[in-house]
Design a protein around this ligand. Structure first.
Ligand SMILES: Nc1ncnc2c1ncn2[C@@H]1O[C@H](COP(=O)(O)OP(=O)(O)OP(=O)(O)O)[C@@H](O)[C@H]1O
Ligand SMILES: [Mg+2]
Length: 317
């Protein structure tokens, strides 16, 4: 079994709304993150992702519950020195040059001058900042400032890295670079805890995801397993009317009437099946009525589909 690097026990943070009513921004959260994984924390705006991260980092305190990180307490300096953090809004100093910011952060971790120079060079390369090292931050675009934040988060060669919305402000190339950076960190054996709204990106990098809603963990699991449960099929055809296709499918006796749908499109008709079980019978029935089958595709569930599904279920219950 993999080592657990983050563990929370009923972690809770209560805030008071402007009207004076208390609410749990994070509500009895029990979470375990394994060494070497990329874990993505998902949820709509204002639902407790940043608050969770800040509690794990000791930047804000829990109202109740507790957490351990890298096997100890975040108040322990030697543990903090093994962690990196890219905040949601970086408070980087606008008049400093990129390399000065990084030097400043490198100094916080002590070590030798040689170590500092090597780390600065490494993170500058890693974050794609080679041509910007001597620029003042105030003259950089938002995306490049974000890259400086990423470089700064990695200056101490951390084992565990927290990224709060790392793709914010990045252009499509930057987003692709970020993906490669995260996968490289994983390859190097690091653990990544990511808050993100970029579901298509998360889908490409995350090993496990957790979904949080109004402070509560509503779903957690291995991404591949969560997405692998879709068994639906899409059949595109021509040479048949929507009404006729509908009638033929209705006549298949074993088929549950809520498990399929037919839609007219410009090239003909599409049949959607929630489960694949009766695909062959349906195709046979449609072909015997003269339909020309143009494609049969198993629909693959995306993380966006899963997210919408889980959110819908949560609103109902
Ligand atoms: N210092 C604070 N005082 C009072 N309420 C706060 C404080 N910080 C956060 N909140 C509230 O706690 C809730 C959770 O906020 P949080 O920043 O954790 O959300 P989030 O999931 O990170 O959202 P986003 O996706 O927008 O970044 C929100 O309702 C927010 O308004
Ligand atoms: Mg946030």
């Amino acid at each position: 079994m993999a080592d657990v690097v983050i563990q929370t026990r009923n972690l809770t943070r209560t805030y008071v709304r402007s009207g004076g009513k208390p609410f749990n921004a994070v509500d009895n959260l029990n979470l375990e993150i394994n060494s070497g994984e990329i874990f993505a924390f998902l949820g709509v705006n204002g639902t407790g992702k940043t608050t969770t991260m800040k509690m794990l980092l000791g930047l804000t305190f829990p109202s109740s519950g507790s957490s351990t990180i890298l096997g100890g307490e975040i108040s322990n300096r030697s543990i903090r020195s093994r962690i990196g953090y890219l905040p949601e809004e970086s408070g980087l100093y606008p008049f400093l040059r990129v390399e000065d910011v990084l030097r400043f952060h490198a100094r916080l971790f002590g070590n030798t001058r040689k170590w500092r120079s090597e780390r600065i060079e490494a993170v500058i390369n890693f974050a794609g900042l080679k041509n910007k090292a001597r620029e003042q931050l105030k003259n950089l675009s938002k995306g490049f400032r974000q890259r400086v934040g990423i470089a700064q988060a990695l200056i101490n060669d951390p084992e565990l890295i927290f990224f709060d919305e790392p793709a914010s402000g990045l252009d499509p190339i930057g987003i692709k670079d970020l993906r490669a950076m995260m996968l490289r960190l994983k390859e190097d054996g690091k653990t990544v805890f990511l808050n993100s709204h970029q579901l298509s990106e998360v889908e490409l990098v995350a090993d496990r995801i957790g979904m949080i809603h109004e402070g509560r963990l509503i779903k957690i699991g291995v991404l591949k397993e969560l997405l692998g449960t879709d068994d639906s099929v899409e059949i595109q055809m021509s040479n048949i009317s929507e009404d006729n296709a509908r009638k033929l499918i209705k006549d298949i006796p074993e088929l549950n009437e809520d498990s399929w749908d037919v839609e007219g499109i410009s090239e003909g008709v599409v049949v959607y099946l929630d489960i694949s079980e009766f695909t062959d019978e349906i195709i046979a029935a449609l072909m015997s009525a003269g339909a020309k089958i143009n494609s049969v595709n198993k629909r693959v569930k995306t993380l966006e589909d899963l997210f919408s599904e889980v959110m819908q279920e949560t609103q109902i219950t």
